[in-house]
Design a protein around this ligand. Sequence first.
Ligand SMILES: [Zn+2]
Length: 64
Amino acid sequence: MVKIEKKVKRVHCTECGYKMPLSYASDAECKGVFAICKGRNCRRPFEIRIENGKQINTKEKTVR
Ligand SMILES: [Zn+2]
């Protein structure tokens, strides 16, 4: 059995930069997934967009 270990990066809040307890692989693709920031003074919902293993900072307003 070969154990494949992928490099993972942390998801950041696109509003305040808070490091979320979520990680993604270096070849991850993601869009349309929303999380609520756990930052103390933020707590805003933001979209997690990842293209080719890089998180895209979206400043599009999310509807509450
Ligand atoms: Zn935040």
